[in-house]
Write a new protein. Structure first.
Length: 268
């Protein structure tokens, strides 16, 4: 069993690609999840030449682009067109960078019924999955906001039933949703792309902490993945962008890598 390790650029907001890759190589991380927002160095507005330059930097460093983490909200009220355009832009960027995945959010609205949100999300995801097939990229629905548990995400993915539409398991959100890791994995495993790990102090204080310093069931999650011979990516999403007072991620990367190595090694 081999689990590869990545970290998200959400933890180093605005950092140039060269510096991100230096951190990854210095501390032995296999890949990087790129936050694809206009305030970041890598986003869908890049020209073909700029995309090629980013891809070349990653290749030269021997680091993989795990995913292009976008902000399309597939269950959100409104017309389908703008949402589908946003997803297609993310797919094009991922294709050009050689990333196997893009991330989308559910983004359902409190004014929608759960059934309406599910149907809207499934319709858009099913349409976008055809574009994903052409791009050779998989769209992953993150367990987040209106669909934070594995059971929630499966209500959508079950309606879609397309190989290019999968799941991104954010272990914090499923835990906050009251779902046990075994329940989350059982729901998501047929569609699982990769797993986002993180740690927090409590359900009331979600300020990011060093891995192993908080309450999230990371050991249980990794053990579960190992028992099922899951061979994929663990990505540390350290949400520094939203928590100004959180410790800087660069100083935590070495210990974070060691912690995940230990969890994977003990679970093997």
């Amino acid at each position: 069993m081999v689990m590869k390790l990545a970290f998200s650029t959400l933890g180093v907001p605005g950092m140039p690609v060269t510096d991100v890759l230096r951190l990854a190589t210095e501390h032995g991380w296999h890949g990087v999840e790129l936050r694809a927002h206009p305030e970041e160095p890598v986003h869908p507005g890049l020209s073909p030449a700029e995309r090629a330059a980013v891809a070349a930097e990653f290749k030269a460093a021997g680091v993989e682009v795990l995913s292009v983490a976008g902000y399309a909200r597939i269950a959100a009220p409104g017309d389908d067109g703008p949402v589908l355009d946003e997803i297609r832009a993310l797919l094009g960027l991922a294709r050009d960078l050689g990333a196997p995945y893009i991330r989308v959010f559910p983004g359902g609205d409190a004014d929608q019924s759960p059934e309406e949100a599910d149907e809207t999300a499934a319709r858009r995801l099913g349409t976008a999955a055809e574009d994903a097939t052409e791009a050779g990229v998989r769209i992953l629905l993150e367990t987040h906001d209106s669909h934070r548990t594995g059971a929630d995400a499966m209500r959508v993915l079950g309606l879609v039933g397309h190989l290019q539409a999968g799941a991104l398991w954010d272990v914090m959100h499923t835990w906050l949703g009251g779902e046990q890791p075994a329940e989350s994995f059982a729901a998501l495993s047929p569609h699982l792309g990769y797993v986002q790990v993180k740690d927090i102090a409590s359900a009331e204080d979600t300020t990011p902490l060093a891995l192993g310093a908080g309450v999230l069931p990371l050991t249980e999650c990794v053990d579960l993945l190992a028992r099922h011979h899951w061979d994929g990516w663990l990505c540390w999403e350290y949400e520094k962008r939203w928590y100004e007072n959180a410790a800087p991620l660069p100083g935590l990367l070495a210990a974070g890598r060691r912690h995940l190595d230990r969890l994977v090694g003990e679970a093997a």
